[in-house]
Design a protein around this ligand. Structure first.
Ligand code: SF4
Length: 284
């Protein structure tokens, strides 16, 4: 068997920055305790557990929280929720990715300029929820078919997206929108990290018999890697969260195996998986 380790893969700059920020705070130890994380810092159980082990408590509501410090995750949080925290006298540490912040800034600016904003995202994802809470007039589309239900009469339309959607689906959605509306302004807010990981799959996956996508099923960018692999590169893909799962997958007939991982997957997990595969199979 030959293994193709795709490049780039694993932690993106936004995740690295968020982790570094939290590690520094934990090391300095001057924050007001307890230290809470509102949601998951990133959508990966290994990363979340690492911080839970260091004393950070995960919460998804501040109803029963009256003192301490709250970390806002890489996905961002709406201004309303942040204000509620401030009103309760809670301290905030903002680990929102700069790419996510940029999207909020673009939307705000365009709404102020009188545009109708169409946003391509996943309704229940933290990043999308923050956008919808900040800007309730935004028109959300989750898939191409949703375009049929859009009713926009203005001729000033701006299109943008959640940072971790499929770059290739986005192109199809833009084509479809252009058929319905004219002169749509847009900003492609799929972040570079997401886009480059998906492009690496498109390049390498067609060479492979099977691809392992290492990451968490709650991670949108990880699931999009699997989707791009199967639907666009037409190569079978298996999602794998940790090394133990290798025992449940038969790779006997695989000659070329591709491996990639989501932007929130620690490199250590990928290396453990490769080491285990090498111990079980004859790898060139
Ligand atoms: S995937 Fe993109 S938007 Fe999300 S944390 Fe990484 S760089 Fe930021």
């Amino acid at each position: 068997m030959k293994i193709i380790k795709m490049n780039p893969q694993g932690f993106c700059h936004g995740v690295i920055r968020a982790i570094k920020q939290i590690e520094e705070i934990l090391d300095i130890d001057t924050y007001e305790k307890p230290l809470y994380m509102y949601g998951s810092l990133v959508h990966n159980k290994h990363v979340v557990k690492h911080f839970n082990d260091r004393g950070i408590i995960n919460i998804d509501s501040i109803n029963n929280i009256n003192h301490g410090t709250i970390i806002i995750t890489a996905h961002g949080l709406s201004k309303i929720k942040q204000q509620e925290m401030i009103n309760k006298g809670l301290n905030i540490i903002d680990a929102t990715c700069t790419e996510v912040k940029k999207t909020h800034e673009y939307i705000e600016q365009k709404i102020n300029d009188g545009y109708d904003v169409i946003y391509y995202g996943k309704k229940n994802h933290a990043e999308c929820m923050a956008v919808l809470e900040n800007f309730p007039t935004v028109h959300l589309i989750e898939k191409k078919e949703d375009i049929n239900n859009l009713i926009i009469l203005s001729n000033k339309i701006f299109f943008t997206s959640q940072t971790t959607m499929s770059y290739f689906d986005l192109q199809e959605i833009i084509d479809e929108l252009n058929k319905k509306y004219q002169n749509i302004e847009r900003n492609t807010d799929i972040c570079q990290a997401t886009r480059r990981r998906q492009e690496a799959i498109m390049k390498d996956a067609p060479l492979c018999d099977l691809c392992l996508i290492v990451g968490d099923p709650t991670s949108n960018n990880t699931m999009k890697l699997k989707e791009v692999c199967e639907q666009k590169a037409k190569t079978k893909a298996i999602l794998i969260e940790n090394v133990d799962e290798i025992d449940n997958i038969s790779l006997n007939d695989i000659q070329i195996l591709g491996i990639t991982s989501g932007a929130s997957t620690p490199n250590r997990i990928v290396e453990e998986i490769i080491t285990k595969i090498k111990s079980k199979y004859n790898v060139d």
